[in-house]
Design a protein around this ligand. Structure first.
Ligand code: ADP
Length: 261
């Protein structure tokens, strides 16, 4: 719990810092990207300056992507939880995920139960899926299989894998499995920390799993990871099922993780 508390504090501090910096950067980038576009329309097709301005534009676009990620991470997002069928969300995201993981990775979806109701913010569930899928893809540079499995599961009260207290009741389980590189114990221990990345510079931000972790905790859920070096990794996300709502968890109330204030 001590560890979890420190993690929450760290996330909040980093989030605020990142959000502030990203916001300022975003304003500067608006100028860079905006004027690059205008200059490009003024240049002839064979103007020698064109490739250079195009390079500025590409870097600007990439920087804008990064700041968007940072902003999403830092923002105290206003959640709009609604009743969702997780199968439907996976179904709607599947096409985008296929594009994301490329042709060498096969996507398999396994809806274990016909209906999987959770109360969650659809944008956030999407983000969890995308971040886990991007990591899975990066772990399978020569191809493999990405399996997304969903099912209802009733958990008993106890201690979650991350050390948090776990409420008994119905949950919906989302498993994302890859047949990739797996992780060493040393890497696994740090993956949810903001800015922890093993990817080469310019590839990873180290914010993907920290964001996933934040979202799962905000939703009152849990996340666990099982990994075998050289064989692959499974992330299991548990989101509280609808039946598990108690009176004190009415939709209007925020369910920020304890100790995050
Ligand atoms: P980033 O993807 O930008 O590096 P993340 O927070 O998403 O940041 O991931 C942190 C690190 O966790 C990755 O750099 C990688 O070392 C490890 N990791 C995450 N997912 C996987 C996976 N599916 N297989 C192997 N390693 C992973």
């Amino acid at each position: 719990l001590e560890e979890q508390y420190r993690q929450a504090q760290k996330m909040e501090a980093v989030g605020q810092l990142a959000g502030g910096v990203a916001h300022d950067f975003n304003n500067l980038l608006t100028v860079i990207n905006g004027y690059s576009d205008i200059i490009l329309t003024m240049l002839h097709a064979h103007d020698p300056a064109r490739p250079m301005v195009e390079a500025v534009k590409r870097s600007g676009d990439r920087a804008a992507d990064l700041t968007r990620q940072l902003l999403a991470f830092g923002r105290q997002q206003v959640l709009q939880p609604q009743v969702l069928d997780l199968n439907a969300v996976v179904g709607e995201t599947a096409q985008m995920l296929r594009r994301l993981i490329g042709e060498d990775v096969e996507l398999v979806t396994r809806p274990g139960d016909p209906l999987l109701l959770v109360r969650a913010d659809p944008g956030q569930v999407n983000q969890v899926l995308m971040n886990l899928a991007v990591n899975a893809r990066d772990a399978m540079p020569t191809g493999g299989t990405l399996t997304i499995e969903t099912r209802n599961e009733v958990l008993e009260a106890g201690t979650a894998p991350d050390g948090a207290e776990m409420r008994a009741g119905p949950y919906v389980r989302l498993s994302v499995t890859d047949t990739g590189t797996g992780m060493t114990e040393d890497v696994r221990r740090h993956i949810f920390e903001p800015f922890f990345t093993t990817k080469e510079q310019g590839k990873g931000t180290g914010l993907g799993l920290a964001t996933v972790y934040g979202i799962v905790k905000q939703s009152g859920g849990h996340i666990e990871v099982e990994t075998v070096l050289g064989h692959g990794t499974t992330f299991r996300v548990y989101l509280p099922g609808i039946g598990g709502m108690t009176a004190s968890q009415s939709p209007g109330e925020s369910s920020a993780p304890k100790g995050a204030e």
